[in-house]
Design a protein around this ligand. Structure first.
Ligand code: ADP
Ligand code: MG
Length: 637
């Protein structure tokens, strides 16, 4: 009998004070939910005891079904049964075309350019399909944990871009979930093994699933993972092993006719069983009989290893490539290229069902020269890591427990002329990170520059959060646009931002340190993000109006200065009058909110002053050729 636990007097913890948190692996083929209960992290099964939920949703007039039942209908009702929806998340019709004929659906393009699928239940977006999978998992979670979930961590591939991550968040919102964080899948796997609390160093996560292979290199310092490289092959997986075995059976059987689809399907299913059996046994029986294709015999593990050897090597080549990419990507910072040799990889984590194949394990071990971590079920390790994170983020762990902060929650940028926010580092960028961007002066002879650091997704500075202001002084006087000011943003492993600015010719510099995440709750971040989507259209309009006004002001000022300097010398009074009129016309248009009209006005003023500009140019050229004379003239004045 298990021992009952008794808490220390006065330290009793009300079980209802514990928050309910879960980790979700929203996978291409299978999805899972996991949670920490009584100090143990486990994946949660359905009523039938199944942990893996096939990521398949079937939409019919009668309703929606998810999982195994949906998958079983895929053959008879392919158009309404959505599989591999993850490949479509955050994608437009054009991107989807690249996926080839593997997806048989009827696609429709939406206003925003995102894709939708036609089904008997109407048009559905990939976000809605994913929401159905999430709802099914969460129902399972609330049942097991006896109550609604307070928060979840959802994993995404490390290579997911902003649109794909946003789509995942949207799916969670539709499913009524509070997302504590999106976590990179390889990071989650590393967390499941507790590597985040271990030594500093490189971790390789080797993920071989049914149809895809991903390799990720993570660098750990002070408890934070940075994704230094991702690679792999989106068309390499266990299915390819099955294919090789099926081909072998056809050869051995001596069957000479064309193999029909039914035969191939049967062969592939049998091959999968044979392959999985050979993960444990040295040899297995093969008995096939389908539509006149007959074979009875044995396949040994050694034979199978030969059949799949080149496929396994293909994955190893991708590992080598990623190490090279990692070296290239950081060769600019302080870390030297040598720190990305395979010897520098301290831990290798195995993820995905196909890493159960012994030949795969052996190849990985030989390549990296370390025994890979594989104690945790490779199908479940990602969900388990996500659950560990969710438990910490929801507040079930003491304060001092380390928080894994691996991406920037909001974009960081600078204020530019006209109150516009220029993003230097996009949100969701893995940290630590450093980015530089060049800016220039707006006015002739400008010797100082105000650097205003802002955070947020909106286009106007007034809608973003102000983080810090500092001045760069001592810029040598030059014409507007000639100075080159390099502004460097650096976010360290603790989320601490430092911004520095440096003028290229003189090397004058100034810098400031800010803590961007300080004082911002997850809810505020969500609000800010929501506002940026709600206002996306307004913001674009506001931005183009501001840009047009800035342009107008610039050309007006330039022309006025030119007129003051050279007007009387080079132009007739009537010409000056005309230009003054053109200026007031543009000034008036600038007061309106019609960006197009302002842009037209700018162009017209440019045309009107072309001749004057040409005259000034001539004069300047003459002046240059007659330099001496001019000097003498000036001296005599
Ligand atoms: P995905 O990441 O594509 O969703 P999984 O990680 O669930 O896929 O892996 C599915 C693949 O793992 C299938 O090709 C399956 O045959 C393979 N697999 C599962 N168990 C074993 C096993 N014991 N031996 C070999 N391969 C296995
Ligand atoms: Mg997987």
């Amino acid at each position: 009998m298990a021992l009952l636990q008794i808490t220390e007097p006065g330290k009793a913890q009300d079980p209802h004070q514990r928050k309910r948190a879960a980790g979700i692996d929203l996978g291409t083929t299978n999805s899972l939910i996991a949670s920490v209960r009584g100090g143990v992290t486990e994946t949660l099964p359905d009523e039938a005891g199944e942990h893996l939920l096939p990521s398949v949703v079937r939409f019919t007039e009668g309703g929606t079904v998810v999982g195994l039942v949906a998958m079983q209908a895929a053959k008879e009702d392919p158009l309404n049964t959505i599989v591999s929806v993850k490949r479509m998340m955050g994608r437009g019709v054009e991107d989807i075309k690249g996926l080839g004929e593997r997806l048989p659906y009827e696609f429709v393009s939406t206003e925003g350019g995102m894709v939708k699928l036609k089904t008997d239940a109407g048009e559905v977006s990939p976000v809605e399909v994913s929401a159905e999978i999430l709802k099914t998992l969460v129902a399972r979670g609330s049942e097991t944990l006896a109550g609604n979930l307070d928060g979840v961590v959802i994993t995404v591939p490390a290579y997911f871009d902003d649109a794909q991550r946003q789509a995942t968040r949207d799916a969670a919102r539709i499913a009524g979930l509070q997302v504590l964080r999106l976590l990179n899948e390889p990071t989650a796997a590393a967390v499941a093994y507790g590597l985040d609390t271990g030594h500093e160093g490189l971790v390789a996560v080797y993920d071989l699933g049914g149809g895809t292979f991903d390799i990720s290199l993570l660098r750990l310092h002070t408890g934070v993972f940075e994704v230094v490289a991702t690679g792999g092959d989106s068309a390499l997986g266990g299915d390819d092993f099955d294919h090789r075995i099926a081909e072998w059976i056809i050869r051995e059987s001596g069957y000479k006719d064309e193999v029909n689809p039914r035969q191939l399907r049967t062969l592939m299913m049998q091959a999968r069983g044979i392959k999985e059996a050979l993960s444990d046994a040295d040899s297995t029986e093969v008995n096939v009989s389908v539509d006149g294709l007959e074979f009875s015999g044995q396949l040994t593990r050694t034979q199978m290893n030969e059949l799949i050897a080149d496929l396994v090597q293909q994955s190893i080549k991708a590992c080598a490539r990623s190490l090279r990419d990692a070296g290239d990507s950081v060769s600019k910072d302080s870390v030297s290229k040598d720190s990305f040799s395979k010897e520098s990889v301290q831990n290798v984590v195995l993820v995905g069902g196909s890493t159960r194949v012994p030949a795969v394990r052996q190849a990985v071990t030989e390549f990296f020269g370390v025994e890979p971590l594989s104690d945790i079920d490779p199908d479940r390790v990602v969900a388990i890591g996500a659950a560990v994170q969710a438990n910490i983020l929801v507040g079930n762990k003491p304060e001092d427990e380390m928080l894994l902060l691996d991406v920037l929650p909001l974009s960081l940028g600078l204020e530019t002329v006209g109150g516009l926010a220029e993003k230097v580092i996009q949100r969701n960028t893995a940290i630590p990170i450093a980015r530089s961007q060049e800016f220039t002066t707006y006015k002739d002879g400008q010797t100082a520059m105000l650097i205003h650091v802002v955070q947020g997704e909106r286009e106007l500075v007034s809608d973003c959060r102000s983080l810090a202001r500092f001045e760069l002084r001592g810029i040598p006087p030059m014409v507007a646009g000639a100075a080159r000011i390099e502004v460097n943003f650096q976010v360290d492993a603790d989320g601490l931002l430092s911004v520095s600015a440096r003028e290229a010719t003189t090397g004058v510099n100034a810098s400031v340190e800010v803590k961007p995440s300080y004082g911002l709750s997850e809810a505020e971040i969500t609000d800010m993000l929501k506002a940026s989507f709600d206002h996306a259209k307004d913001d674009i309009v506001a931005r183009s109006l501001t840009e047009a006004r800035v342009d107008a002001t610039r050309v007006i000022e330039a022309l006025q200065n030119a007129l003051t300097e050279d007007g009387e010398r080079l132009l007739q009074a009537s010409d000056i009058e005309l230009l003054q009129q053109a200026i007031s016309v543009l000034q008036e248009v600038s007061e309106t909110t019609d960006a197009d009209a302002i842009n037209e006005g700018v162009e017209m003023l440019g045309k009107a002053s072309e001749e004057f500009a040409a005259l000034r140019m001539d004069a300047a050229v003459r002046k240059a050729f007659a330099g001496h004379k001019l000097d003498e003239l000036e001296e005599s004045n």
